[in-house]
Design a protein around this ligand. Structure first.
Ligand SMILES: NC(=O)c1ccc[n+]([C@@H]2O[C@H](COP(=O)([O-])OP(=O)(O)OC[C@H]3O[C@@H](n4cnc5c(N)ncnc54)[C@H](OP(=O)(O)O)[C@@H]3O)[C@@H](O)[C@H]2O)c1
Length: 227
């Protein structure tokens, strides 16, 4: 499957990531349904009003059933519950772009992950959606940078992981279209190391004195240098 193929996109999540990627798929000409906990959600409806005629809204289950390609952009620690409730059967055989991180954000403390090293949310999502083609991607930078970021040093790199080569090719094609080099880390088990990259990305901002509350608009990204 190529990103130019005719397909619909279900986006689970009404936060900055879901709305940003939803709008980017619409720009590419695809119909997008943005899903939330409840079918009527003011944030999703406000997004749909500005996103044009290819945009629609619904519940998480509606979005999963709608999409031929599915973006998972839900609060990390709630993601497994969301997918259970949305009905794993709706994801069968589909490409699932998993942007989530199991972040723990406690007031006054630096962010951490709820679990990792010997497991990851990417693997949990793949286990839960056993016949879906899950790619962990777009999890290691803020949503403000996801689409066509510009840097003096050229395009940054997006790291991705997944078990299905075609799904990874699709994700890499999206990365290229949206201004990123793509670095394949291997199977979905590499999410164990890809999810902590967001912690490194967050600490890099915090150490420079940037407030966590503004992280959606931070302007640094990763690049793998090679010669
Ligand atoms: N923010 C970024 O720039 C960024 C960048 C890369 C990756 N990520 C990762 O991408 C994911 C989405 O991030 P985000 O900032 O766009 O949104 P978010 O605020 O982390 O999550 C928003 C979505 O999660 C749902 N949600 C929240 N609490 C829930 C609960 N208790 N049970 C079920 N659903 C719940 C919300 O449902 P409703 O719509 O019903 O409110 C909403 O759709 C996260 O896992 C995050 O770590 C974020």
């Amino acid at each position: 499957m190529s990103i130019a193929t005719d397909y619909k996109v279900g986006v689970l999540g009404t936060g900055g990531v879901g709305r940003t990627l939803g709008s980017a798929f619409i720009e590419l000409g695809h119909a997008v349904k943005l899903g939330a906990r409840t079918a009527e959600n003011p944030t999703a409806e406000a997004w749909a009003r500005t996103a044009g005629s290819l945009a629609s809204t619904g519940s998480f289950a509606d979005a999963a059933a709608f999409g031929d390609v599915i973006v998972v952009a839900t609060l990390g620690v709630a993601t497994e519950d969301v997918l259970h409730a949305a009905d794993p059967a709706s994801f069968a055989g589909k490409i699932v772009l998993d942007t989530t991180n199991p972040l723990v954000l406690a007031r006054g403390q630096r962010p951490t992950l709820a679990f990792g090293h010997s497991d990851s949310l990417g693997e949990r999502v793949q286990r839960l959606l056993a016949t879906a083609h899950v790619v962990k991607v777009f999890n290691s930078v803020c949503h403000g940078l996801m689409i066509r970021p510009t840097f003096d040093h050229g395009p940054p790199d997006m790291f991705l992981a997944g078990n299905d080569p075609d799904a990874k090719r699709f994700a890499a094609e999206l990365c290229a279209t949206w201004g990123w080099g793509a670095v394949d880390l291997g199977g979905i088990d590499a999410s164990r190391f890809l999810e902590p990259m967001v912690i490194a990305w967050l600490y890099a901002g915090l150490q420079r004195g940037l407030p966590l509350s503004t992280s959606g608009t931070w302007t640094h990204a990763f690049k793998l240098l090679q010669r």
